[in-house]
Ligand binder design. Structure first.
Ligand SMILES: C[S@@+](CC[C@H](N)C(=O)[O-])C[C@H]1O[C@@H](n2cnc3c(N)ncnc32)[C@H](O)[C@@H]1O
Length: 173
C-alpha cells in the first residue's frame, strides 16, 4: 500500500514539474546553440547591452551573450531544477560577474533596464508578455524570438530558415 502511494505521489510530482512551466509560459526545450548565436547576432548584441532571457532554461543564452558577445546578461527561470542548473553553470564560468540568474516568474520581474530580450516561449507566453513589454521597455529595446512570433507586432528582421524574429520597441507617437 505505502509503496503504491509513494509511486503515485512521485508520479504526481513529476506531472506538476513537467506541466507547471507550460501553464505559466512554456515547457522546457533548449534552443540549439547555432540558433542562440544567430539570435544574438541578428539583434546586434554587444558589450553595451543588457540581455534578458525570459525563461532561461539551462542558461545557454545568458552564458553565450556574456562570454561570446560581451554583454551583461540576466536569466529568469521558474523551474527550480533548470534554475539550479543555470545558476551552477554561471557560478563556475568565467565572466560570471556579467551574469545573473533569478528564480521566479518573469511576469513579476521588472524589465526596464533590458536593451535586448530573448524569447523561446509558446504563443501564450509571448501573448502574456506583450502588454508588459509595451509598459516597461524603453523605445529601441530589441526583442528576439525563436519560433514564436509576437502576434500584434511586426518584425523588423527575420531569419526565416532558423525561425528567428527580431522586433524593436517603437518610439511613442
Ligand atoms: C522553451 S524553454 C527555453 C529555454 C532557454 N531560453 C533556451 O532558449 O534554451 C522555456 C523555459 O521558460 C521557462 N518558463 C516558462 N514560463 C516561465 C515563467 N512564467 N517565468 C519564468 N520561466 C518560465 C520554462 O521553465 C523553460 O525552462
Amino acid at each position: 500500500m505505502w509503496m503504491l502511494l509513494s509511486i503515485f505521489f512521485a508520479f504526481l510530482l513529476w506531472v506538476i514539474w513537467k506541466y507547471w512551466a507550460v501553464i505559466i509560459g512554456a515547457g522546457y526545450d533548449p534552443t540549439p546553440m547555432g540558433t542562440v548565436r544567430r539570435m544574438l547576432e541578428l539583434a546586434g548584441v554587444g558589450e553595451n547591452d543588457v540581455v534578458y532571457d525570459l525563461g532561461c532554461g539551462d542558461g545557454r543564452i545568458v552564458l553565450t551573450a556574456a562570454r561570446e558577445f560581451g554583454a551583461r546578461a540576466v536569466g529568469i527561470e521558474a523551474d527550480p531544477v533548470r534554475f539550479l542548473i543555470a545558476y551552477l553553470r554561471i557560478l563556475f564560468s568565467d565572466k560570471r560577474d556579467r551574469m545573473t540568474i533569478k528564480f521566479g516568474n518573469f511576469m513579476n520581474v521588472p524589465l526596464g533596464d533590458a536593451t535586448c530580450i530573448t524569447l523561446f516561449l509558446f504563443r501564450r507566453g509571448n501573448e502574456m508578455l506583450t502588454p508588459k513589454f509595451e509598459k516597461e521597455l524603453a523605445p529601441g529595446t530589441r526583442i528576439v524570438s525563436f519560433v514564436w512570433r509576437i502576434q500584434s507586432w511586426r518584425p523588423v528582421k527575420m531569419d526565416a530558415l532558423q525561425e528567428i524574429y527580431l522586433y524593436v520597441v517603437p518610439k511613442p507617437e
